[in-house]
Design a protein around this ligand. Structure first.
Ligand code: NAD
Length: 361
């Protein structure tokens, strides 16, 4: 198989973890006889510095021409005081919109060997295996108008939450499709007791459920969902929700695993290339120090192999290598307990590659 991957390293630890991901892809290519080629593009702060925009047109083009996109992370204190249209995050929102990446998938799996790394009790998080499906291109992050204005001598601010029915339908359907090949349960998260958009969301979920008789549907208010995620996270299989609720809940859910450095994500469209990235940010506090945990990015490569290229065997090999390095006790600094030895980004990647070669023998 020949695939061309658009690579957007971004800022902070982005380039460090992305280069670890590429080493893993190259090794998968070598072992399984695939050819992966890479085209690099700029996004975020680095693009602002060099091209005065967080998302150059050339980057969008590179992504559109690719088979899949690998992204590091964007942002950092250097760009925090720039005006809204010149913020690194605008690059992220822009690429999601340009490629119509409407479905963000965030699996949260608690590795047995890391269950002590979470701030929650082991008995609460043991065996957690859930998937948050977040709508990514609509809702309050994109609605217009968004503005500050003067009204009766006072400053008034407005953000707007808009969804079309079809936008809700396609994301809820995605949630059901994924649940159908998992444990068969969808929790649709909304705020139907207050928001009109949520009442439509709930209607749509009930309608789509009719096409999936094998999948159980439950509705949950977002405030309750936030609570249930730390009270009893094992109850969840697929949680499907709108953009802002999903943003908040998925970060909360990430802490079930103990470190942001472990969690992958993918953002999918209908037919175009998907975008694969770790969920963590650019971690400016540790950038350039060789301390970044590369495993979230490597797990994102696993998702790319599975969801984008349908390379199940290759994706399984990556997953097995991840399981093995962790169960053998290798840790980066974010995972290590006090007094425990920790590996650098490169050392952890070396270890994983070593294991990968054995797994696939
Ligand atoms: P962050 O995820 O960058 O870091 C939070 C904490 O987790 C930090 O202490 C960091 O050192 C640690 N951490 C994160 N990833 C790690 C890894 N792979 N290995 C080890 N430790 C890791 O979040 P933040 O500090 O709130 O944000 C920093 C910048 O990143 C901001 O500019 C923010 O806007 C941006 N951001 C970008 C994305 C993205 O590109 N998708 C996501 C979140 C935040």
């Amino acid at each position: 198989m020949k695939k061309n991957i658009a690579v957007l390293p971004g800022d902070g630890i982005g380039p460090e973890v992305v280069s670890a991901g590429i080493r893993v892809l190259n090794e998968i290519g070598r072992i399984f006889n695939h050819e992966f080629t890479y085209t690099y593009g700029k996004i975020g702060g680095v693009a602002i510095d060099e091209e005065n925009t967080p998302l150059p047109e050339a980057t969008v083009e590179i992504c559109k021409q690719s088979d899949a996109i690998l992204l590091g992370a964007v942002g950092g204190p250097k760009w925090d005081t720039l005006p809204g249209h010149l913020r690194p995050e605008k690059g992220l929102l822009g690429i999601r919109k340009a490629l119509q990446l409407f479905a963000n998938l965030r699996p949260v799996t608690v590795y047995e060997s890391l269950s002590e790394a979470s701030t929650l009790k082991e008995e609460v998080i043991k065996g957690v295996d859930l998937l948050i499906v977040r709508e990514l291109t609509g809702g309050i992050y994109f609605g217009e108008p968004r503005e500050r204005r003067q009204q009766n001598g006072e400053e008034v601010v407005v953000d707007t939450l808009t969804y079309t029915r079809s936008e809700i339908e396609r994301i809820v359907r995605k949630g059901f499709e994924l649940a159908a090949v998992r444990r068969g349960k969808v929790t649709s998260v909304d705020k139907a007791n207050v928001l009109e958009s949520s009442r439509v969301w709930r209607e749509v979920a009930i309608e789509i459920a009719k096409d999936f008789p094998q999948v159980e549907l439950e509705h949950m208010l977002v405030d309750n969902a936030a609570m249930q995620l730390i009270r009893n996270p094992r109850q969840f299989d697929v949680m499907v929700t709108e953009n802002m609720f999903g943003d908040i809940l998925s970060d909360e859910a990430s802490m079930l695993t103990g470190s942001l450095g472990m969690l992958p994500s993918s953002s999918l469209s209908d037919g175009g290339p998907g975008l694969y990235e770790p969920i963590h940010g650019s971690a400016p506090d540790i950038a350039g120090k060789g301390l970044a945990n590369p495993l979230a990015t490597i797990a994102s490569i696993g998702m790319m192999l599975k969801y984008e290229f349908s390379l199940e065997k290759e994706a399984d090999a990556v997953q097995q290598a991840l399981d093995t390095v962790l169960s053998e006790g290798y840790r980066t600094a974010d995972l290590a307990r006090e007094g425990e030895k920790s590996l650098s980004t490169d050392e952890m990647t070396d270890k994983l590659l070593e294991v990968l070669a054995k797994v696939t023998v």
